[in-house]
Design a protein around this ligand. Structure first.
Ligand SMILES: Nc1ncnc2c1ncn2[C@@H]1O[C@H](COP(=O)(O)OP(=O)(O)OP(=O)(O)O)[C@@H](O)[C@H]1O
Ligand SMILES: [Mg+2]
Length: 308
């Protein structure tokens, strides 16, 4: 497996298949008995253990905050080990708490037991980011949060990653999370054998075998709709330039919305058409339910033919 700098790779696999073990081998909490893990061409076994761990942020599966330390001290742990000045550490703690959506004045002085499980997880993410490491290993970082908080965290995380472009391995059990966040997804079998390592689009449209297909489950076409924007679909010639009558008060979607959003808007509005607006709000044309379905069926066949 090769991971490019700045890439966000999701590990998806059943409980006990070896995801955490693989993560621990990357930062040498466990040493491999055979094989090699290289970072920038260098075998991790030859990199100084402490230096290695400083360059890799690790969000562990069980959160692992120190119970006797405040939230602020937990986050500032690595910067303190690195000898940062106290004022710089304090500034960084507040910056990171803001980032993960916890009010610094309310939370920096609290202890982990005074936070909910999901809030503790967010502190775990903040702590891993503290010294701005180029590589992040994140073991189910949002596992203990409810769907609404999770979606919020995922959005924030994606925004952040667009800016920071860290190299990230992110473990999840949640297939939709893998699809949503990953540049690529590694579907793993027992003993971390790679069943497929591919883009979300390819995993959905061309699962390598029945095992991968069982992760995808039903609803692959609809999930794929969530990955394609209206703008993408327009490039494939699905836009009708003529605007429907009375289009000004019809249902409107924007180019950056997904096809799934567009279909959803049609179903909610009880209409087989939606008007498409560009980013500046100018109408470009309309999308028709039938034509979207045709495009979809065609795209599905093209992709299926790749597998066989
Ligand atoms: N310290 C250990 N000693 C012996 N076996 C272990 C140890 N830690 C994990 N294992 C075993 O290694 C296998 C892989 O464990 P690992 O923790 O990597 O799984 P995982 O994919 O992270 O699972 P989960 O999704 O449940 O977190 C499991 O069968 C587990 O029981
Ligand atoms: Mg694990």
């Amino acid at each position: 497996m090769d991971i490019a700098p700045g890439e966000l790779v999701m590990f998806l696999g059943p409980s006990g298949c070896g995801k955490t073990t693989t993560m621990k081998m990357i930062n040498r909490l466990i040493e491999p008995t055979s094989g090699h893990i290289l970072i920038d061409g260098q075998d991790v076994l030859r990199i100084d253990r402490n230096e290695l761990r400083r360059s890799i942020g690790y969000v562990i599966q069980q959160i692992g905050l120190f119970p006797h330390m405040t939230i602020g001290d937990n986050i500032g742990l690595i910067p303190r080990l690195l000898g940062w000045k106290a004022t710089k550490i304090a500034g960084r703690i507040d910056e990171l708490l803001e980032l993960v959506g916890l009010d610094p004045s309310a939370y920096r002085g609290r202890y982990p037991r005074q936070l909910s499980g999901g809030q503790q997880q967010r502190v775990g993410v903040a702590r891993a980011l503290a010294a701005d490491p180029p590589i992040m290993l994140m073991d189910e970082p949002f596992g203990a949060t409810d769907p609404i908080t999770r979606e919020h965290l995922q959005n924030e995380f994606l925004k952040l990653q667009k800016e920071l472009r860290k190299t990230i391995i992110f473990v999840t059990h949640d297939f939709d999370e893998a699809i949503r966040l990953g540049d690529r997804i590694a579907v793993l079998r027992e003993r971390s054998v790679i069943a497929q390592f591919d883009t979300p689009e390819r995993i959905l449209s061309a699962p390598a075998d029945d095992y991968v297909a069982s992760f995808v489950g039903s609803g692959a076409a609809i999930r794929r709709m969530g990955l394609t924007t209206v703008g993408d679909a327009i490039h494939q010639g699905v836009l009708d330039r003529a605007l429907p009558d009375g289009s000004t008060d019809g249902i409107v979607v924007r180019c950056e919305d997904t096809i799934r959003d567009a279909i959803d808007a049609m179903l909610r509005g009880g209409s087989a058409h939606v008007t498409v607006h560009d980013a500046a709000g100018h109408p470009l044309g309309s999308l028709d339910f039938e034509r979207v379905c045709e495009l979809w069926a065609r795209a599905g066949q093209v992709n299926d033919s790749h597998v066989r």
